[in-house]
Each structure stands twice: as structure tokens, then as C-alpha cells.
Design a protein around this ligand. Structure first.
Ligand SMILES: *Cc1c(COP(=O)(O)O)cnc(C)c1O
Ligand code: SF4
Length: 320
């Protein structure tokens, strides 16, 4: 067992910042499960893939992923504040690699400048808020100079995972004339610590709107009360739940899998009971690089001419 865990840690990056460590009661609690290596990570199911959402095939130059016409991902580094045991990029992320060097970053920025259909640049990785304030500022200013880029989005787990990194200097580096949005990755209410909430405020005070993204995970947030707690914690901290992701089938992540039908039923349990502000879109990134689609739950069945209300009663659509 001990030996297996060492093998897992050798194969997949592992890190747990102090704030997160203090939240862990047992290795199998909702926080521990997310970050502590487990022997089952060595078991790969046939349906699992090293690159589950097909990023590699859609990369015109290093650091860029372009799948949708109007937006592209820019991955300036592959370092994270912690390493999620369910990460969809787990074969790539890690502490000792993936920082685009100056030349590669310049090439990626040139590519964005040459493609006028790109309206939005999504900084992801790895975690862009692991960059130094100086390097992040350099990237944001370079994007500021591309006339067709109107929107910059940063995907990050840092504000709650390692709140001390959200210094005034780092937040100042995010300042731009473009619309800057931050999408926060959080999977459980307990992640919203006093320090984490203060870090969120430091960004909000500078006018950065916050959205939330979560992954539906077995043993972490696979119940109605826990999802309710998570989304309420977001709303109460001025974070609008944006996406609840179906788990991407990366190698060794089967212990986190929740079937889609169960996910839909869980969300149905929130409808009508919890403020509409707390309602994310449940999405699947279709394995193989086919893109993200909403998974419901659906309340309208146009074929059967029916709409279902939150209490489960059915109404005839064409008569409404
Ligand atoms: C998820 C993703 C996006 C962002 O999609 P939204 O639906 O706009 O949040 C953009 N590009 C790629 C390659 C993605 O995987
Ligand atoms: S923070 Fe995101 S990229 Fe980093 S390990 Fe977690 S899921 Fe993967």
C-alpha cells in the first residue's frame, strides 16, 4: 500500500499547500480525496485517455489550444498550487515543467495577434496565478495590445488553494482595459476559508467578476446537500456558479466517476429549492475533442409536447 502510493507520487505530481492541508481530516474526506495520492491511480480503465478532451490535436503552436472559433486557450505554464487527483491534464501538469520560455510565449502571442476571429483569450495551464506578478503582467499587457481581443479569462484554483499568492501586486498585474473575468475552481464548501474569502475580495475590489467551476466527484460533492452548500458558498462570496463539469476520463480517475444520469438527478434536486443564482450548467466535454455540451437536466420534451415543472408535474407545451 505504502509502496503503491510512492509509485503514484512518482508518476503524477503531488502538492498540498498549507491552507488546504489544514482542511484535511482524513485522507478520504472531501478535501483529502482531491489531493492525496491513492493506489487506485495506477489502475487505468480502457475508456480512459492521456488527453481526454483532445487538446493536443488542436494546438497550432506550443501553449495555444484552439477549438472554438471566437476563443483560444493560452497555457503559459503547467504548474498548479496543488495537483488534483482527478485532473484531466494530469499527464502534463507538474512542478518542473511547462513554463513557456520567452520565445515560445512570443510565438503564442503572435499567433493570437494574427487570428482576428479570436475575441477571448483564456489563460489556463497549469494555473496562471502561479506566475510571478511580473510575468503575468507582461502577458496581460501583451494581450491588451491585440485590438481584436476584447475579453481575457483566467482559470485558477489559487485564490482558495493558496490565498497568500493573491497579493496586491499580483492583482495589479491583472489590470487591463479589456474585460477580465476570473473563473475559480472549487469543489467543496469547506474550501472557502477565511483567508480564501479575503483573497476573493482582493480581486473583486479591483473590479474583476468571479465565476465558479466545479467537477462532479464521487466522495467529494456527489450529494444534493453538498452541491447546495458549494453553490451557496459561491453565491455568498459573489462567485457565480458557471460550470459543473462531468469528470473527464483521464487515467486512474475512475474512483471519482459519477454517472451522467446521477448527475442530472442531483441537479434536479436543487431546482426550485435553491436560488437560481446558484445554478451552474452541467457540462460534458465530449472525449476526443468534440467540445462541451450541456447535460441537462431537461424540463422540456418538444417531441412529446411536454414541459415538467420543478415539482415533477407535466404540462402540455403547445397549450401554454
Ligand atoms: C473549455 C474550453 C474553452 C472554454 O469554453 P467555454 O464554454 O467558453 O467556457 C475554450 N477552448 C477550449 C479548447 C476548451 O476546452
Ligand atoms: S488545478 Fe486544474 S490543471 Fe491543476 S491539477 Fe487541478 S484540475 Fe489539473
Amino acid at each position: 500500500m505504502r509502496h503503491d502510493v510512492e509509485e503514484v507520487a512518482a508518476r503524477y505530481a503531488t502538492a498540498i499547500p498549507t491552507t488546504f492541508l489544514s482542511l484535511i481530516g482524513t485522507p478520504d474526506d472531501p478535501i483529502g480525496r482531491q489531493v492525496i495520492p491513492h493506489p487506485d491511480e495506477l489502475i487505468s480503465a480502457p475508456s480512459e485517455r492521456a488527453d481526454p478532451i483532445g487538446d493536443d490535436a488542436l494546438s497550432p503552436v506550443p501553449g495555444i489550444v484552439h477549438r472554438y472559433a471566437d476563443r483560444a486557450l493560452l497555457k503559459p505554464l503547467l504548474i498548479c498550487p496543488l495537483y488534483c487527483r482527478f485532473c484531466f491534464r494530469r499527464e502534463h501538469v507538474g512542478p518542473d515543467g511547462g513554463l513557456l520560455d520567452d520565445a515560445a510565449l512570443a510565438t503564442a502571442l503572435d499567433w493570437l495577434g494574427e487570428h482576428e476571429q479570436i475575441r477571448e483569450v483564456i489563460l489556463t495551464g497549469g494555473d496562471p496565478l502561479m506566475l510571478s506578478a511580473r510575468r503575468l503582467g507582461h502577458i496581460v499587457r501583451a494581450l491588451d495590445e491585440i485590438p481584436h481581443v476584447t475579453t481575457i479569462r483566467i482559470h485558477s484554483r489559487v485564490p482558495l488553494a493558496d490565498p497568500e499568492r493573491i497579493t496586491d501586486e499580483l492583482v495589479a498585474a491583472m489590470e487591463t482595459d479589456r474585460a477580465m473575468w476570473l473563473v475559480l475552481h472549487a469543489n467543496h464548501e469547506r474550501e472557502f476559508t477565511v483567508e480564501g474569502r479575503a483573497a476573493l475580495k482582493r480581486m473583486q475590489r479591483r473590479g474583476i467578476p468571479l465565476l465558479g467551476q466545479s467537477v462532479l466527484l464521487r466522495g467529494v460533492n456527489d450529494s444534493v446537500p453538498v452541491l447546495e452548500g458549494l453553490f451557496r458558498a459561491m453565491v455568498e462570496n459573489r462567485v457565480k456558479p458557471y460550470y459543473l463539469h462531468q469528470l473527464d476520463p483521464a487515467p486512474g480517475t475512475a474512483r471519482f466517476h459519477v454517472p451522467v444520469e446521477e448527475g442530472r438527478t442531483l441537479l434536479q434536486g436543487l431546482r426550485g429549492r435553491v436560488t437560481g443564482l446558484a445554478w451552474p450548467t452541467y457540462v460534458l466535454d465530449i472525449p476526443g475533442g468534440f467540445g462541451k455540451v450541456p447535460l441537462g437536466p431537461d424540463y422540456v420534451d418538444t417531441g412529446a409536447d411536454r414541459v415538467t415543472d420543478p415539482q415533477g408535474r407535466q404540462h402540455v407545451l403547445s397549450e401554454l
